[in-house]
Write a protein that binds this ligand. Sequence first.
Ligand code: B12
Length: 238
Amino acid sequence: MAWPMSDDDEEIILADLNDEELVQQMFDDLYDGLKEEIEESVHILLERGWEPYRILTEALVGGMTIVGNDFRDGILFVPEVLLAANAMKGGMAILKPLLIATGAPRMGKMVIGTVKGDIHDIGKNLVSMMMEGAGFEVVDLGINNAVEKYLEALETEQPDILGMSALLTTTMPYMKVVIDTMKEKGIRDDYIVLVGGAPLNEEFGRAIGADAYCRDAAVAVETAKQFVARKHNQGVAR
Ligand code: B12
């Protein structure tokens, strides 16, 4: 495809591109870690009437998928991916208040965090944003959380849901450590446990004793709503 390339000496006027070209340019800009350009493009799409969720999924997550594939294939390396992640966060920061503003009444509360040894947080942040947008209160513990951090947050925040994220095959088993510790303390069934992250699957979720594995943020919201409704119908008699 002959899209305009982000050449150093060629100035591209983002606002002059049509929607399709602009999204393609955002893929390139995300790939090149150009945060300001990504932010400008997000604003342009918003002005053109795009729904925040559409910008998030089609332009930002779409672009990050390309970055992910090239990282996997050894074409991109950590520094480039960090820049891309930073650019993506710039775009997400603009969309966040808009996604939240369209939200429903309060649905429940979630504590979420990336597990110990893992610093990936884009997916977790996206889930947080979408959950907040759907009316959930979200307490975000950030990255690299040891079991003690999760337990402390459950105690102080008393959420309905515990969400754990892991993007590495080496860190995903830690989710089981957290769930097993909850079992030992007799508090496992007090919470809905949702897990997610690219290397996980349903079978893994079941095997470690989570209530559900969610493949993306939209599924996370739907699953959370279903479990919270079920929990409320059952009352607190567990
Ligand atoms: C961006 C990125 C990085 C960035 C992270 C920046 C950041 N702030 O997050 C940086 C450069 C720091 C990085 C570092 C590393 N990375 Co990395 N990274 C990625 C990459 C390209 C994209 C991940 C991402 O953000 N995806 C976009 C989001 C939107 O998707 P997502 O995270 O899957 O989240 C969605 C769902 O999974 C789900 N979800 C996620 N969490 C949760 C939680 C809950 C509760 C629920 C319900 C749902 C849910 O919903 C989300 C939204 O839809 C992936 C490639 C990939 N294909 O995943 C590699 C990848 C995960 N990284 C990988 C590796 C190897 C590393 C490093 C070890 C590299 C190194 N040699 O140093 C380090 C690890 C550092 C550490 N200790 O954590 C490998 C993992 C391989 C494996 N089998 O374990 C991958 C798969 C790339 C690859 N194919 O080699 N990485």
